[in-house]
Ligand binder design. Structure first.
Ligand code: DON
Length: 573
């Protein structure tokens, strides 16, 4: 309950710790993560071994990829509480083995009482922390309705069976990994700042192997199991959310919850050479931006130039600069704003965007589209993704999020889960960056009932009409460029999927005008060449965390979790 205080969002220290020694006690934990799996029939890649295990069991019990994905998302809500969720939202992209595609958008919505200037003070300036921490930062959660609708349309096994493993994990508890323990320790002050009552997450000195039991969450999941959407959006759970809101000056109402509906949308699709890319349309910018990027580089001989050749990076960065400029201006929730998708993806438009590309010189973002940047990007890695393929070749790519680690940090006292802080993905004020440094305008302004723009890019790729890759990632604004690069690492540079995922990446998002690079990821000599072209570089520990499946030429499946998250896990059979 309410005591809103701001604290430092990101600490390199904990990140380094969390990367260093994760599987030291794997045997005591009873699980360990496997980064690279081969399967002749089916595959699950998720951010946690226990979630992958649940997915695999559902697949082996005859569930299809949609069933397994639903079970994985519920399991993640328990074993990956910093991002796996029922208090947030996400996007699911589906490709059935007959080529049929669908997407479901269960992104959070702005509550009815939300308004354009709700995060500004009287002088019209952003109030720091208001859109990221505490009750007012939460959008109306979409996850439960999204999963239920996905099941109604495509599920094979009973819904009750899919949610049961999550209930058991919550009720019996599970041993936290070293990475999770570090996260829990890192956010103690934040938990206490916005929650007055005790909850299972508030505890000093979490250690690897400590058992996290979530009894209230088990009860909430059981309600959903018994009553479907009404078990979350009505009755006791809805009442608990609204009570929580009232205690913390939040604005989500009973009506907001009762009216929430996930939305089926046609996938955004397009060609890159022999590949068909199937991805998420707005309110995610992911699919449109990914396709723009691929089209912008398609006519250049990057295969000949090679991976991390200065010409390749320069070209890809210049494409990224232009695609993110478009993102900030043109993309938002299509139910509220006419996003010109066809124009943005047309050949003429994309060629026009690259007309002023010079192989010899970096552009200036200020010349690409007007805009000014203030503030810094803050690294944060809290969203999560799962990729699943079943034995019949159906595929699902799902990205889900609370936005920041543990969302707005508010844990619903009587229902046992964290709420998102997705409202920060709106443009609170034109031209002022959000926590990912992204700027926006009218297309992504706050309006009641509107969905905030996302960068999540759950994607499925076909080659010559056959399933080729299932891919996606957490990582805020860096998700799009990570999917772009990992796909090209395989498709253009001939890398094996594990090498492709683990290869160092770079990222440009128009503003600020600089290339983010991963620490020790780019050789000094290459950096010098990029600097000579006029690029500025800024080092971060790491960016998006890919989870992908590659269907190999013999039809078998390679699943890869990213070295960047020690708990990422691939399981197949
Ligand atoms: O929807 C978005 O683009 C963000 N809310 C995603 C946040 C994210 O990926 C956090 N980091 N991993």
């Amino acid at each position: 309950m309410p005591k809103i205080r701001c604290s430092i969002f990101f600490s390199v220290f904990f990140l380094v710790i969390s990367l260093s020694s994760s599987t030291l006690f794997a045997q005591q934990l009873g699980y360990s993560s496997n980064k690279n799996a081969l399967g002749s029939q089916a595959m699950v890649v998720s951010p946690h071994p226990l979630a992958s295990e649940v997915g695999l069991a559902i697949l082996k019990a005859g569930g299809n990829a949609i069933d397994a994905t639903i079970a994985v998302q519920f399991a993640q809500a328990v074993v990956y509480p910093r991002a796996g969720n029922i208090g947030g939202g996400g996007f699911m992209v589906i490709r059935l083995n007959n080529g049929e595609t669908a997407t479901i958008d269960y992104r959070e919505k702005a509550p009815r009482k939300a308004h354009r200037n709700m995060y500004l003070d009287q002088a019209g300036n952003i109030v720091p922390g208001l859109s990221t921490k505490g009750h007012l930062a939460a959008g109306v959660p979409g996850t439960v309705d999204g999963l239920i609708q996905a099941h109604e349309k495509y599920g094979k096994l009973p819904f009750q069976q899919l949610i049961q493993p999550a209930i058991e994990l919550a009720e019996n508890g599970y041993p936290v990994s070293q990475t999770e323990a570090a996260r829990l320790n890192r956010f103690q002050d934040d938990f206490k700042a916005v929650n007055d009552d005790p909850n299972p997450f508030i505890k000093e000195n979490w250690k690897e192997g400590d058992i996290l039991k979530q009894t209230l969450l088990a009860q909430t999941l059981t309600r959903i199991q018994q009553k479907g959407r009404a078990g979350f959006y009505k009755g006791k759970v809805a009442k608990a959310i609204v009570k929580e809101m009232k205690e913390g000056n939040g604005i989500i109402s009973r009506r907001d919850l009762a009216k929430y509906r996930a939305q089926w949308r046609a996938a955004v699709t397009g060609q890159y050479k022999d590949y068909t890319v199937i991805s998420m349309p707005p309110p995610s910018s992911g699919g449109v931006a990914l396709l723009q990027l691929l089209k912008m580089v398609e006519d250049y001989p990057i295969e000949d130039w090679g991976f991390h050749d200065p010409r390749t990076i320069h070209l890809m960065v210049e494409a990224e600069r232009r695609a993110y400029a478009d993102r900030s201006q043109h993309l938002g929730d299509m139910d509220f704003y006419p996003v010109p998708i066809d124009s943005l993806l047309s050949k003429e438009y994309v060629e026009g965007r690259m007309a002023n590309f010079s192989p010899k010189k970096a552009s200036l973002s200020s010349d690409i589209l007007a805009g000014a940047f203030q503030g810094q990007i803050k690294e944060s890695f809290e969203t999560t993704h799962s990729s699943v393929v079943d034995k019949d070749g159906n595929a699902v790519s799902l990205t889900t999020t609370l936005n920041s680690n543990f969302g707005c940090k508010v844990w619903v006292d009587e229902a046992g889960f964290f709420l998102n802080n997705e409202m920060d993905d709106f443009s609170s004020k034109p031209g002022v960056p959000n926590q990912f440094g992204l700027v926006g305008a009218e297309a992504n302004a706050i309006q009641p009932g509107k969905r905030m723009l996302s960068s999540m890019t759950p994607t499925i790729i076909e080659k010559d009409g056959e399933l080729f890759m299932v891919i996606g990632a957490p990582g805020g604004s860096t998700i799009i460029t990570a999917v772009f690069q990992v796909f090209l690492n395989v498709a253009a540079f001939g890398m094996d999927l594990e090498a492709a995922v683990n290869a160092s990446r770079f990222h440009h998002q128009w503003l600020p005008d600089r290339i983010l690079i991963e620490k020790n990821g780019i050789k000094e000599e290459l950096k010098e060449k990029l600097k000579a072209l006029g690029h500025q570089m800024y080092e971060v520990n790491y960016m998006a965390v890919i989870k992908a499946i590659h269907r190999l030429q013999d039809g078998s499946l390679q699943g890869v979790g990213d070295r960047r998250n020690p708990d990422d896990d691939a399981k197949g059979y």
